[in-house]
Ligand binder design. Structure first.
Ligand SMILES: C[S@@+](CC[C@H](N)C(=O)[O-])C[C@H]1O[C@@H](n2cnc3c(N)ncnc32)[C@H](O)[C@@H]1O
Length: 913
């Protein structure tokens, strides 16, 4: 079969993908991630762009249509521009744009695109985006919670697409009918409100107002008894006395000790006094006698089933656009304690909630249980009864859907979403949910990928319509269903190692090493989902807890030792990719995401054993790596500031099955191939929209493509070249190629590059500068006159952008250079923004002598970025990086027909001639 190179194997508009991926993190409404928590979700923008580029041909493989480099480049730019629109969240429902994208995919796949399989589907980002792009989505995961999530995005809305709601009287309430998931979403809203109403009837008494204001939550502290026998006071474990640290709205608790007991008074204004918490972990002092209480003493008192009672510290209510904090009153105390018997009954009898829990894990609570023996123990009595009430009502709502005329399948779908809301609610309704005094909001149980210990916590008012309330969560859920793409998808439970990959194209984001132990985390939700949905999904939810044994994670606590954990993970990983390789299609590349662990980068940032192990594993399982793209969900600025060779948070690789009869080569052959192929690939990368900060990681792709094409590269001693050594060679050649690009520039620019390398924008000796200049056929004096540098009293210094004259006209300047053009552009961009920078470039490009070349200016910025970064000149690096990332827009202004504000000089110049 003829292999056509796909866009992902040549160039991607990475900057736009990264920018939109970062932006996506702050979208709160309608984003599928709000359906239910899942840890370390991939940004949808990245998943969408990757799938598109994985299927769409690079123009260089359509020679009949695009025979020249120029035509290929123009077509590539058109496709990149389409990706740039596709990744914008606000465009995800732009049907015209999606139709354009789908047509492009069909054109590149002979009208018959393959189904997309994600064997590690997790929260469903990749399958969901496959569906959006009109592809069949096959989602698979070992974890039942993930499978349910994927059903909710790729199966259910499509199964009932276009159906009217069954809630009585709703069907005909809308002119124009019910499109996509709108009917289903409307029913989820109605039955969800019905659930809320029933819950309010049963639980309303236990959720009183605060002096007529609706309560948002109650703030509690766990307590221990002071170990000093002469004191034995009740010690509330308060980690912070702050209730609100918002400027101008400070509220705090003042401890008052009297008669051997501490009480807390709510005060406003700037806080005085300290909590009884000392430093990290569980170190406290008694409020009354001041005795120190050790972490062991705290643990031993709390790690029992009958713990000392919690102390209610304060009530948070909703005032007029601000939070109102008050001291607890008797009705509040009574309401909280009113469900003790029912809670006891649940704890004693409910098999799901009674399942054995791991306790706390992560951070301050490493290895400690603090009395969390079962899943019910994570909740206060009132929380437990309320959550169970909503959970029971999911079943009642399901029965009501059927009695209102809905089919069993439809009732199952509505119940699934309602069960998600209840499950999601636990994240904001456990005794490890804390109060963020700076924001006046809840910090969820899973603020991190762990269950840490919380000494003081907040109990949400689940009947309110504030954070943590059923109605707020319901609204978010319904918005997701309404907007969900419709298509053909299926979600199944399977161990990726035993999955049938045949006929489908893989795009996947595997678990990485011991980063996240999904199954332990997901148990927290699973026990609730199993309680409400076991009847709906009897097989999927058959196990007491989430299956653990086959989970691909290097977990030493599960496997006994670090070494066992490592080999379990690496063997398992290889097994999956070897099995995928056996049935892989060779007409299309597979894509795999790889998430770096923070600790993976060493002092220089570039080496990472995990990354090398992954590449090694892929290559040995018969894969050829054809590209590696750094994905960022943080701004480029933060990455540059982190230092030399900082790593992007993850990488997406494209892979092809390597031919079984591929040749071996030696070190010399490998380097010759690199030298022949890397420069072209690199130039294409630079021409695309890629930030200089991302270039080194992106350049690994074409380098690895050369390396992994051979079945082995043999060192002079006959041993296989390691990936580590290949990466070092690729890096050397990258530097070499960038240095060779210096030859493309005009003489003053070549001088300035060399001088910048040695001195940055600092001073150096005139003699050295003159030697360097003469060797490049220019002189310091000429460059001084031209305004590139200043030469005074035997010292020479390049002029930095911010010191350049504003009185500069790029057309009337008799001798300009790409260096000058770049520096003036940075000056204008940093002070005035994109449009004036574009105007400047338009004028500079209009010079009749063609002294300024757009591609070269951009190439120079890439080159100088690398120099600045290697020397730790962060500010310079940021300037060069920003210029490249703004380049498409600057160029667009420069190429537009609009008359530049500064263009007068150009016309004068023409007239003079
Ligand atoms: C990095 S996550 C995928 C995240 C996903 N791309 C998203 O955006 O939410 C990896 C997934 O692999 C799953 N997993 C772990 N071991 C597995 C196995 N042996 N077979 C199938 N899935 C497994 C985990 O349950 C987890 O959902």
């Amino acid at each position: 079969m003829v292999q056509k190179r796909k866009l992902i194997e040549v160039a991607l508009p990475l900057e736009a993908i990264n920018r939109e991926s970062a932006r996506e993190k702050s979208i709160r409404y309608g984003h599928p991630s709000t359906l239910h928590l899942w840890w370390a979700r991939r940004p949808l923008a990245a998943a969408r762009a990757v799938l598109f580029a994985q299927l769409v041909d690079d123009p260089s493989s359509r020679l009949a249509e695009f025979p020249t480099d120029e035509l290929q480049r123009a077509e590539r730019e058109r496709l990149h521009e389409m990706i740039e629109r596709l990744v914008v969240w606000e465009n995800v429902r732009d049907e015209a744009l999606l139709a354009e994208a789908r047509a492009e995919i069909l054109k590149s796949t002979d009208g018959n695109p393959p189904p997309i399989l994600d064997p590690f589907a997790g929260g469903g980002a990749i399958p969901l985006e496959a569906l959006r792009l009109g592809l069949e989505a096959r989602a698979s995961d070992l974890n039942p919670v993930a499978v349910l999530l994927n059903k909710a995005v790729v199966e259910l809305p499509s199964k009932f697409a276009g159906q009217a709601p069954v809630w009585p009287g709703l069907k005909d309430s809308r002119i124009g009918g019910w499109a996509g998931g709108e009917g289903l979403a409307a029913d989820v809203r109605e039955y969800g409100e019905w659930v809320h109403e029933q819950a309010r009837k049963r639980l309303g008494k236990q959720y009183p107002d605060a002096d007529g204001l609706p309560v948002i939550g109650w703030i509690w502290a766990r307590t221990v008894q002071c170990p000093n026998p002469a004191c034995a006071a009740e010690v509330p474990l308060v980690s912070s006395l702050d209730l609100s640290t918002k400027r101008g709205q400070e509220v705090w608790l003042r401890p008052v000790v009297a008669s051997g007991r501490v009480e807390f008074v709510v005060e406003s204004g700037v806080r005085r006094g300290e909590a009884n918490k000392r430093g990290q972990g569980a170190k406290f002092d008694c409020w009354v006698c001041g005795s120190a209480i050790s972490p062991e003493q705290v643990h031993s008192q709390l790690d029992v089933s009958d713990k000392p009672p919690n102390r209610l510290l304060a009530v948070v209510a909703a005032g007029n656009r601000r939070r109102v904090y008050s001291e607890p009153t008797v009705p509040h105390l009574a309401a909280a304690r009113g469900l003790v018997d029912e809670a006891r009954r649940l704890r004693a009898s409910d098999p799901n909630l009674g399942a054995g829990a791991r306790g706390t894990f992560g951070g301050n609570a490493q290895g400690k249980r603090y009395g969390f023996f079962t899943f019910a123990d994570y909740f206060t009595d009132r929380q437990l009864v309320a959550l169970a009430t909503f959970n029971d009502l999911v079943g009642s709502a399901r029965a009501k859907v059927i009695s209102d005329g809905g089919s069993d399948d439809y009732a199952d779908a509505v119940a699934t979403y309602l069960a998600f809301i209840q499950s999601k609610m636990t994240n904001l309704s456990s005794s490890v949910t804390t109060w963020m005094s700076d924001r006046g909001a809840f910090r969820e149980t899973f603020a991190r990928q762990a269950i840490p210990m919380a000494w003081d916590f907040v109990e949400a008012n689940v009947l309110s319509d504030f954070g943590g309330g059923w109605l707020t969560l319901l609204d978010k859920e319904a918005r997701v269903i309404e907007a969900n793409p419709i298509g053909h998808g299926v979600a199944t439970q399977a161990d990726a190692a035993s999955l049938d990959f045949d006929g489908s194209l893989v795009s996947t984001d595997p678990p990485y090493y011991d980063n996240i132990v999904y199954s332990d985390l997901a148990d927290f939700f699973y026990v609730w989902l199993r309680r409400s949905l076991r009847g709906v999904y009897p097989e999927l939810l058959s196990t007491m807890l989430v299956p653990k044994a086959e989970e691909l994670v290097a977990n030493q606590y599960r496997l006994g030792s670090k070494a066992e954990a490592k080999s379990f993970f690496e063997d398992g990983f290889r097994k999956v990719f070897a099995s995928a390789r056996r049935s892989a299609r060779d007409d299309l590349p597979t894509t795999v995401y790889y998430a770096f662990k923070q600790s993976e980068s060493d002092a220089t940032g570039s080496a990472s054993t995990g990354w090398e192990t992954l590449l090694e594993g892929m290559i040995r399982s018969g894969w050829e790596i054809t590209s590696t793209w750094p994905l960022r969900t943080e701004g480029a600025g933060r990455l540059i500031a982190k230092g030399t060779n900082a790593l992007a948070s993850s990488i997406v690789l494209s892979l092809r099955p390597r031919a079984s009869d591929s040749a071996t080569t030696d070190r010399r052959g490998f380097i010759a191939a690199l030298e022949a192929q890397l420069p072209v690939a690199l130039r294409r990368l630079q021409q695309g929209q890629i930030a200089p900060v991302d270039l080194p990681q992106a350049a690994i792709g074409p380098g690895m493509a050369v390396f992994s094409r051979y079945s082995a590269v043999l060192e002079p001693d006959g041993k296989r070249m390691t990936v580590r050594s290949a990466l070092a060679r690729i890096n050397e050649i990258l530097d070499q190629v960038l240095n060779e690009q210096e030859g493309d520039f005009d003489a003053p620019s070549r001088f300035a590059i060399a001088w910048y390398r040695q001195h940055g924008y600092d001073v150096g000796a005139f003699g050295d500068a003159n030697n360097l200049a003469n060797a490049r056929n220019t002189t310091v004096d000429v460059m001084d006159r031209d305004g590139i540098l200043s030469s005074r009293a035997g010292k020479v210094q390049l002029i930095k952008p911010s010191d350049l004259s504003w009185d500069y006209d790029p057309v009337t300047d008799l001798h300009t250079s790409n260096w000058e053009a770049l520096h003036h552009l940075i000056k204008v961009l940093e002070r005035d923004g994109i449009a004036p920078a574009g105007d400047f470039l338009q004028v500079a490009l209009s010079r009749p002598d063609g002294a300024v070349d757009a591609d070269l200016v951009k190439e120079l910025a890439h080159l100088l970025f690398r120099v600045a970064e290697a020397n730790g000149w962060t500010k310079d690096a940021l300037s060069f990086n920003s210029l490249v990332t703004s380049w498409p827009e600057i160029l667009e202004v420069a190429r537009s027909a609009r008359k530049p504000t500064q263009a007068q000089g150009a016309f004068d110049f023409d007239e003079d001639n």
